[in-house]
Design a protein around this ligand. Structure first.
Ligand SMILES: C[S@@+](CC[C@H](N)C(=O)[O-])C[C@H]1O[C@@H](n2cnc3c(N)ncnc32)[C@H](O)[C@@H]1O
Length: 223
């Protein structure tokens, strides 16, 4: 790379970070809809998820944090195009905002529970047996570090080589949005990696593909 190339690359990174802050700070992510259902994400991450589902062909998708259900609906409709028996297990501690179309959609199972409840782990283990093939898990519930770490630990015995995990919202606490929020998902990933450095491989290509992600350090392939 010559000097001009380096300056161009640095400028592109700066632009991507500005766009990330604008997208987050102005609340664009809160206005995203999938088939009319709120889906609280970066649309760039959603496109990465579509590509991951197509490549991985998971039998089971596990989502912690359902909210309105737009993301569960998105995962299920795409997964069933790729694999007609695929199931999305989506878990939320509350359901007052859940769009009724979501649990009524074939291929979606909703559980009202804390994501770290033992019954959730038992259901994942049972579904994994019924639906051979890889698991794709997305963590998007309580973003505080202790909870995210607990979720990662609860999935440890359930995830197998070749599975894929996304730990969302590591962008908060100043990475680069919401400085001062306090330890969140990115800090949980760092703590998990400190304890179990060989469990996951970071998928940097996915993180970088569209310029920015809400899940820095959070695209992880189980080894
Ligand atoms: C950011 S929202 C999920 C958004 C959704 N995945 C989407 O993309 O549209 C976070 C959700 O996590 C739920 N939540 C908070 N603590 C939880 C816990 N301990 N277990 C499961 N869900 C929890 C909240 O009720 C909330 O609905």
């Amino acid at each position: 790379m010559n000097r001009a190339d380096i300056e161009t690359a640095a400028s592109a990174v700066g632009c991507a970070e500005d766009f990330h802050r604008w997208y987050y700070d102005t609340g664009v992510w809160e206005s995203v809809r999938f088939l009319g259902v709120p889906c609280l994400k970066s649309v760039l991450d959603l496109w990465n998820y579509q590509e991951i589902i197509h490549q991985l062909r998971p039998g089971l998708i596990v989502e912690f944090g359902t909210r309105h259900g737009g993301s569960a609906l998105y995962f299920a409709l795409i997964a069933r195009q790729v694999r007609p028996d695929a199931l999305v297990l989506t878990v939320d501690i509350e359901d007052h905002l859940l769009d009724p179309r979501v649990p009524a959609t074939p291929g979606i199972e909703f559980i009202k529970s804390s994501s770290v409840d033992a019954a959730v782990g038992a259901r994942i283990a049972a579904l994994r047996k019924q639906l051979p093939g890889p698991v794709f898990a997305i963590l998007d519930s309580d973003h505080r570090q202790p909870h995210v770490l607990q979720e990662m630990l609860s999935l440890r015995a359930l995830m197998q080589a070749g599975d894929y995990l996304v730990v969302e919202d590591g962008n908060i606490n100043g990475h680069p949005v919401l400085p001062g929020w306090g330890p969140g998902p990115l800090e949980a990933i760092m703590e998990y990696n400190r304890r179990f450095p060989d469990d996951y491989e970071r998928d940097l290509d996915r993180e970088r593909k569209f310029g920015f992600t809400f899940a820095p350090m959070g695209f992880l392939r189980r080894r």
